[in-house]
Design a binder for this molecule. Structure first.
Ligand SMILES: [Zn+2]
Length: 356
């Protein structure tokens, strides 16, 4: 195990820290949000057990603070070799999430976010569970530290963008539970993907998602709209081995919606910011959806199911005008070298091989 830093130990000894910690604990007692999940290459179809929220809070609280700025607070129990680079990247990711949706209009969304990067030992001790990223209410997200040491691992930066989005949505009052899971996960997937695209990072994240989405059937679309709705449905889908498909199919639904209602992702994300803010006020999903996207949620679901049906076994058509255009690659992409990840995706139904 890598030892904690001296800075971290000192920070625990300040009496002011205890006050801050007490305030933190009291504050979250009053916050009613949900959590959600994004997988990494080690644990694809995965979600936290439903009783995992208190241990997750304990995990986050247990980690010493190693960096603080107005935007993020990083906590970790391992020595981070590239802390400055890492914090710059995290700040860049959160900035893009906010800018995309023009959330600077909503001061409640732009408070500091805690990023908890845990050692395997700490994660196993507190939540007894391997994980990629896990958003905690409107405060924080936690992830395995080791995944964030590699600068070019697009999948981990995708996870950061994804989890930041959950925290931002929770701050607008549009957390999971208010948003159905296929929308809550879908927008988080889209925002995470957008960061990977915009920063022109490697394509591992896109490749793994496209491989899975290429296999989706119309019945999968019906399944998420009917059954991937409540926060607890994440764990149910995980246990059924279809959590990864469900969240990214939600993301594809949002891209489909964006193409049809706005014509450009940029306009759509701003529209989404307005939608989320007003949904947080009214909690009236059907009304706000229709108002902001000009189509009823039910009709959008029907149109998407039809499109998935029409593009079965045709990923080229399915992914046209989406973030996945040109995917999945038949040859490994630059940073796509994780054999176990490939193996995870080779179960039936197989997509037709794509000519490149
Ligand atoms: Zn998520």
């Amino acid at each position: 195990m890598i030892p904690r830093t001296k800075v971290s130990r000192r920070s625990f000894s300040f009496p002011i820290y205890r006050l801050v910690l007490l305030a933190f604990v009291l504050a979250i007692l009053y916050i009613n949000c949900s959590y959600s999940w994004a997988q990494n290459s080690r644990t694809f179809d995965d979600a936290p057990p439903q009783n995992n929220i208190p241990p997750l809070k304990q995990l986050i609280d247990s980690l010493p603070i190693v960096y603080r700025s107005p935007y993020i607070e990083v906590r970790s129990d391992v020595v981070i070799p590239n802390l400055q680079e890492l914090t710059e990247k995290l700040t860049e990711v959160i900035s893009i999430d906010i800018r995309l949706q023009q959330l600077a209009r909503f001061p409640q969304a732009c408070r500091q976010i805690i990023v908890a990067l845990a050692s395997d030992q700490a994660a196993n001790h507190y939540i007894n569970h391997a994980f990629g990223g896990l958003a905690f209410k409107n405060l924080a997200f936690a992830a395995h530290a080791k995944g964030f040491f590699g600068r070019d691992d697009s999948y981990n930066w995708y996870v950061a963008g994804h989890e930041f989005e959950h925290v931002l949505m929770a701050r607008l009052g549009a957390s999971g539970g208010i948003l159905p899971a296929y929308l809550s996960e879908g927008i988080a997937c889209c925002v995470g993907i957008h960061y990977v695209l915009e920063s022109q990072m490697g394509s591992k994240a896109l490749q793994s998602q496209a491989l899975k989405l290429a296999q989706a059937r119309a019945s999968d679309a019906v399944d998420i709209f009917q059954n991937y709705v409540r926060p607890q449905d994440l764990a149910i889908f995980r246990d059924q081995g279809k959590g990864f498909l469900a969240e990214h199919l939600g993301g594809l639904f949002i891209q489909f919606l964006a193409n049809r209602t706005c014509g450009s992702p940029e306009n759509f994300f701003i529209q989404w910011g307005n939608f989320a803010f007003e949904l947080g006020q009214t909690k009236d999903l059907n009304r706000e959806f229709k108002k902001h996207f000009g189509i009823s949620l039910e009709k959008a679901q029907q149109d998407f199911t039809k499109y998935i049906n029409e593009t079965e076994n045709n990923p080229q058509a399915r992914f046209a005008n989406t973030a996945y255009a040109g995917y999945p690659k038949t040859k490994p992409v630059k940073d796509y070298d994780d054999k176990t990840m490939h193996d995870q995706y080779s179960y039936p139904p197989q997509p037709r091989p794509v000519e490149r």
